[in-house]
Design a protein around this ligand. Structure first.
Ligand code: BGC
Length: 709
């Protein structure tokens, strides 16, 4: 390869650069903006996008004709929670605590994407999130490092399978956004991230590392700074940590435009310096800007950049192409017939349905749910018949094919039992709409109010300072409340909300998130008790936005609120609101009751080389079958550094018939007790630990054991 060809192999452009005039015509528009010519496109290494087998095949064909060395393109796209069959958003999947179904969803996404010509997915997104103002919390599985790591692994395994070369219906995974993108100051997207290295390693890095440990092929950088250096130009993060310490040898790609963004960040004066910094820091592929294409050749010729760095990056990309079998079959899984056969198959829709039922969280229920079939229902609100329920990052999903709540309810109820008063806008209720909502509600036995956020209110660049529902929706609730009828609220949204104005007014609240293609069906079955809610929050719901960040695995202070010797004033507290979130991590109700009893440790002592067992009996003492996520947390009571009040260490989802009991056993060993000490060593402390078992991070039974070293 010539130096030009090598450098262009590092460039990733969107599909539209591969169409018509960009290939053969004049240099205008985006091409002119990037300062590139057709030859650069002919030499380029990968494409962002790819929405169908025939499109991808024609791009690949045209490319192979013009690429001197016949090097096929890698086709990469964001397949985040499904390709065409859309699953609930990842924050919802996190709330399912169901690793098997999550893995299945990734397998299906991989199959649908691969038959449509995609080779690599920009997923999983595993950024730990604590601030619901940040719109991208919906892309993450939540606030817990252990839960995120568990999901990271199954997503990667689902996408990639066991043998990427042999199985062309899998896609390579690209874990993102390295690193700590989930902690932007003020919850404002792209904003500064600054934290201690200890905190980074304790909380933020485990999920990326878990993805790589199961073989994730690629890593994407983040837009933010980490310790004063943008992640995309951060040598310490990429060369020192990813490559040297973790031994990652796969491809690192910048996020969209992030190499050039080193200029506004203020660590590069121009595109040339940005190229040098990003390459030296470890970025192999530059996405959507042309700092590399425009300047790396010159930098090598001037002796400013070692060509070995370019060779290394090119080799990694070619190796990935080889692993994916592209030199033998540049179309890989792309197959028009299979697109017809597998996309939106019954089986795929069934998994989307199951996952939506398991990730929906019942937040409140004052004896109104499940509904009875003989009740007359008024369905009102902006999500009554809205199909904007797929959520952000569902660019291939079809809203027309999504089942909305009304359609779901129609499968349960005769037309005479269901009246609907939809509201056209998210932020506005007209006088006529309000009048109609009130009119049908007056006639009904129960009101279902379907509220929420439009999908563009979360996701990338979807930060909000106010995380209450739009004022117009809150007013609608208060008007309906005056009717004194049982009121059930169903929420469609991408972030934990401040639920004031809803939580006290409604008799029941079901958090449906953005539930995906089968959402309406799943919610209707939950409302009528065909399915029993079993989702548990993967992220705390704040009592008020002023608490944010509020998360369960926080430290104690020196002046904790509620301590026996606490003073009235000089304790760590707000004067106007509680310290606790409205709903904690792990919280979620069911239509049945689960009693926890006989929580027992096999021994009060844990030997450093041994293990102990925690047994708990869980009994379904209610009337209906249900699933429960049994959770185990640990606190190191005296550490070298302050340790979180609780840390999730294990969980199990179990199914119980009425009156049935099961004993769940969790194994604890010394490895689970390790953490990063002040010198960053990852070790444990001898001494006392508290182990908690329960139905959420607050309602627990606890015991003490001692680690002997
Ligand atoms: C997002 C990434 C995404 C990329 C490509 C960026 O704006 O931050 O998560 O993978 O675009 O679509």
């Amino acid at each position: 390869m010539t130096l030009d060809e090598k450098v262009d192999q590092l460039l990733q452009l969107a599909t539209f650069f591969y169409e018509g005039s960009y290939i053969d015509g004049e240099i205008t528009g985006p091409m002119e903006d990037l300062g590139i010519n057709q030859q650069t496109i002919h030499n380029s290494g990968s494409v962002l996008g790819g929405s169908g087998a025939s499109e991808v095949k024609s791009i690949q064909d045209a490319h192979l004709k013009t690429n001197r060395l016949n090097i096929p393109l890698l086709i990469m796209a964001d397949i985040v929670h499904g390709f065409k069959t859309i699953f609930p958003v990842p924050l919802a999947i996190g709330s399912s605590f169901d690793l098997d179904l999550a893995k299945k969803s990734a397998e299906i996404a991989a199959l649908e994407a691969s038959v449509s010509g995609v080779h690599v997915t920009f997923a999983p997104m595993v950024d730990l999130v604590r601030d619901p103002r940040w719109g991208r919390v919906m892309e993450s599985t939540g606030e817990d490092p252990f839960l995120n790591a568990e999901f990271a692994k199954v997503f990667v395994q689902g996408f990639q399978g066991d043998d990427l070369t042999a199985d062309k219906h899998r896609v390579a995974a690209c874990v993102k956004h390295f690193a700590a993108y989930g902690a932007p100051e003020g919850g404002r997207d792209y904003n500064t991230v600054d934290m201690s290295e200890r905190q980074l390693r304790e909380m933020y890095l485990p999920a990326y590392k878990a993805a790589l440990e199961v073989g994730c092929e690629m890593v994407m950088t983040a837009f933010n700074t980490v310790d004063g250096v943008p992640a995309t130009g951060n040598k310490k993060l990429m060369r020192d940590l990813l490559r040297d310490e973790w031994g990652f040898n796969g491809v690192i790609i910048s996020d969209w435009g992030a190499v050039k963004e080193l200029i506004p960040h203020g660590i590069a004066k121009d595109k040339k310096e940005a190229a040098k910094k990003a390459l030296e820091a470890g970025v192999d592929i530059e996405m959507m800007t042309s700092c590399y294409s425009g300047h790396l050749v010159e930098l090598v010729e001037e002796g400013q950049v070692d060509v070995a760095l370019i060779d290394e990056a090119v080799l990694r990309i070619l190796e990935l192409k080889q692993k994916l079998g592209l030199f033998e079959n540049p179309y890989r899984g792309a197959n028009e017939q299979l697109e017809k056969d597998v996309i939106y198959s019954e089986e795929h829709l069934q998994v989307a349905y199951e996952l939506a039922t398991k990730s929906t969280v019942l937040l409140k229920n004052e004896q109104v749910l499940p509904l009875q079939k003989d009740q007359k229902v008024a369905l009102v609100g902006p999500f009554a018949n809205n199909t904007d329920i797929l959520g952000p990052w569902s660019w291939q999903g079809s809203r027309e094919k999504a089942i909305n709540l009304q359609q779901g309810l129609e499968t349960k109820l005769a037309a005479s039992e269901l009246s609907v008063a939809p509201i056209a806008e998210i932020e506005k209720v007209t006088a006529e709409e309000l009048a109609q909502a009130i009119e049908i509600s007056k006639e009904a036995d129960v009101i279902i109010v379907a509220l929420g956020e439009a999908s563009e209110m979360s996701g990338e660049a979807g930060s909000l300072a106010n995380i209450q529902l739009p004022q117009a929706q809150l007013e609608l609730v208060s008007f309906l409340k005056k009717l004194n009828k049982p009121m059930v609220t169903v929420l469609f949204n991408g972030r934990p909300l401040d639920l004031h104005g809803v939580i006290d007014e409604a008799d029941a609240v079901l958090e449906a998130w953005f539930p995906g293609s089968q959402g309406g069906l799943a919610i209707a079955d939950l409302l009528y008790g065909v399915k029993n809610p079993s989702g548990k929050l993967s992220m705390s719901f704040p009592y008020h936005v002023g608490q944010v960040p509020v998360y369960y695995n926080h430290f104690n202070t020196g002046r904790p609120q509620g301590a026996p010797d606490a003073q009235v004033r000089y304790v760590s507290q707000y004067l106007d609101i509680p310290n606790e979130p409205l709903f904690p991590f792990g919280y979620g109700l069911s239509y049945t009751n689960f009693d926890y009893s006989n929580v027992k440790l096999s021994s009060p002592e844990l030997d450093v080389n041994g293990h102990l067992t925690v047994n708990v009996t869980v009994t379904n003492s209610g009337q209906v079958e249900g699933e429960e996520v049994v959770q185990l947390y640990i606190r190191d009571l005296v550490g070298e550094t302050v340790r979180p009040m609780k840390e999730l260490k294990a969980f199990e989802r179990i199914n119980l018939m009425p009156n049935e009991s099961k004993t769940v056993s969790f194994k604890i060993d010394e490895k689970m007790l390790r953490y990063h000490h002040t010198d960053l060593s990852f070790t444990s402390d001898a001494g006392e630990f508290e182990v908690f078992v329960g139905t959420n991070s607050q309602q627990v039974v606890s015991h003490i054991f001692t680690l002997k070293k």
